[in-house]
Each structure stands twice: as structure tokens, then as C-alpha cells.
Ligand binder design. Structure first.
Ligand code: ADP
Ligand code: MG
Length: 270
């Protein structure tokens, strides 16, 4: 029997185990991860490279590919209709249906998620048309509104840019615009600022904070950078070797760390 979600929790990951199973080895990439994300809040997942952060987010999105598989645990997500999906019970397919309508995701390198052959206006328009039947003109009008919403300067002329004509920071804004086109209640951001230089990083964090305040969106923010955590998150989960070694409100974590890995991480943070 799975315990139901508390009313202020939008996403609950419980004892999640995601393994990569090949003939010779079973790599336990995620090995019993548990955390709750509260509505309208930002939960940061931090940990060094290879600690299982991305595998956790792909598991949540139903985007795992072979040889990865969920070996145990459950992922509960409550949408506006108060539906609850239990991965262990129903399988990944059910959960995947929510992708793009309730849960959106952005990644580290926007260039790989954007199609180099189409303008950003067309790509955002196409996302919008996926969720609602709109004609070309309306899709373009909405795409422009989205570009303005994510604060792209001179948005009218940027609509016809190809991805390579934009800076990395602007491309990440385009990805955010695409992610928001379905008005998601949960945004999963997997190292969205890692590839950006520090000033641009700060601008993207500002943007996400503003969008969260306006839209009441919940954010699962994955990063290996504790400085970024201090800027954006309310709570933090620290992963190490596929497990959660610590979780706390951000201020508590900065004041007092229990696990040696977290202590080391903090010591390296300027
Ligand atoms: P992080 O995002 O924290 O850097 P990942 O979640 O990407 O780490 O990876 C966690 C572990 O899972 C790593 O040991 C990685 O090698 C392994 N892993 C990730 N993807 C695959 C895959 N497609 N096949 C096999 N192992 C994988
Ligand atoms: Mg990763």
C-alpha cells in the first residue's frame, strides 16, 4: 500500500531504485532515493558528477532508455485533477503521458535540444500547437509572447533566428519558453545554468525565480553548484553514489552539514 501524498506535496519520490542492467554487471545508478517536493517551491538536488541526479530526473520523466530500468520504489505526482500515478503499480507509460502537459524539463545544453534547421519562432510555435489546436499565425503570435515572457530583448526580430544565431543564455531562455508553453505545474531543470558564464547564470536564475512567483510552478533543480542552490532553492537534497546522504532546508544545510561529502562540497564553494 502506498501512502497518499500530503496536500502540499506535488512530487514524491520514494525509495527509487534505477539500475542499468547488462549481462555482466548491474550498476545501481540510483539506489533508494527518497524526497518530497512541495508545491510552488524549489528543491535542489546536488551531488558530484555520476551521483545519479540525471538518472533520477529521467526516471521521474519516464524517459529512461535501455539498459536502464526502474527496479523499485514509487514516484507520485499529483496534478490539478488530483490524479496520482504510482510507477511501481502502473509502469512508466502512464507517467510519461504527463510529460509535456504537466511536467516539463530543461537541460544543460540547449543547442542539443533545439533543432538547428528551424527558427526558434517555429520551434516554440510547434510546441504550442502540440498542446492546443492553433493556426500558424496564432502560433507565431504566441511564440512571440513567450519570447517576451522569458525576457528576450528585441523579441520580434529574434523570432526568425536560427538557434546558432543566439547566445547560449538566449538559447536557454528559448528552452524555458518551450518548457513553459504547456503551463507545467512542475519544471525539472537538469543543470540548466552549468554551461553558462556567471553573469548569464545569475540572469537565468532570476528569470526562473520570477516565473515561479508568477506561475506558482514547482521546480526540481539539479546542479553540482552549491552557490546556485543558495540563490534559487528552498530545500536541498544531497546525493552521493546513487543515494541521498542529506536533505534539509537550504539555510540549515549551509549552517550545518552532517555528511562529510556535503562538508567537502561546502568547503569548495566560494
Ligand atoms: P549525474 O547526473 O549525477 O552526473 P547520472 O545520473 O548521469 O549522474 O549517472 C549516474 C550513474 O549512472 C553513473 O555512474 C553513470 O555512469 C550511470 N549511467 C547513466 N546513464 C547510463 C546509461 N545510459 N548506461 C549505463 N550507465 C549509465
Ligand atoms: Mg547529470
Amino acid at each position: 500500500m502506498t501512502e497518499p501524498l500530503a496536500s502540499d506535496v506535488i512530487l514524491s519520490v520514494r525509495d527509487l531504485k534505477t539500475w542499468f542492467v547488462t549481462r555482466r554487471v548491474t550498476a545501481k545508478a540510483v539506489d533508494g532515493v527518497t524526497f518530497d517536493l512541495k508545491r510552488g517551491r524549489t528543491l535542489a538536488v546536488v551531488g558530484e558528477s555520476g551521483s545519479g541526479k540525471s538518472v533520477t530526473s529521467l526516471s521521474i520523466m519516464g524517459l529512461l532508455s535501455r539498459p536502464g530500468r526502474i527496479a523499485g520504489g514509487s514516484i507520485l505526482f499529483r496534478d490539478r485533477q488530483e490524479r496520482v500515478h504510482d510507477l511501481a503499480g502502473f509502469g512508466q507509460q502512464q507517467f510519461r503521458k504527463l510529460r509535456g502537459s504537466e511536467i516539463a524539463m530543461i537541460f544543460q545544453e540547449p543547442m542539443t535540444s533545439l533543432n538547428p534547421l528551424f527558427t526558434v519562432g517555429d520551434q516554440i510555435g510547434e510546441m504550442i500547437a502540440l498542446h492546443e489546436p492553433v493556426d500558424r499565425r496564432e502560433a507565431r503570435r504566441r511564440a512571440l509572447a513567450m519570447l517576451k515572457h522569458v525576457e528576450i530583448p528585441d523579441a520580434e526580430s529574434r523570432l526568425d533566428d536560427y538557434p546558432h544565431q543566439m547566445s547560449g543564455g538566449m538559447r536557454q531562455r528559448v528552452m524555458i519558453a518551450m518548457a513553459l508553453s504547456c503551463s507545467p505545474s512542475l519544471l525539472i531543470a537538469d543543470e540548466p545554468t552549468t554551461a553558462l558564464d556567471v553573469t548569464i547564470q545569475a540572469q537565468i536564475l532570476d528569470l526562473l525565480r520570477r516565473l515561479q512567483a508568477e506561475m506558482g510552478m514547482s521546480i526540481l533543480f539539479i546542479t553540482h553548484n552549491l552557490g546556485v542552490v543558495a540563490e534559487i532553492a528552498h530545500n536541498v537534497v544531497v546525493m552521493y553514489g546513487g543515494r541521498v546522504v542529506e536533505q534539509a532546508p537550504v539555510n540549515d544545510l549551509f549552517a550545518h552539514q552532517r555528511h562529510p561529502y556535503t562538508k567537502g562540497l561546502l568547503a569548495c564553494t566560494p
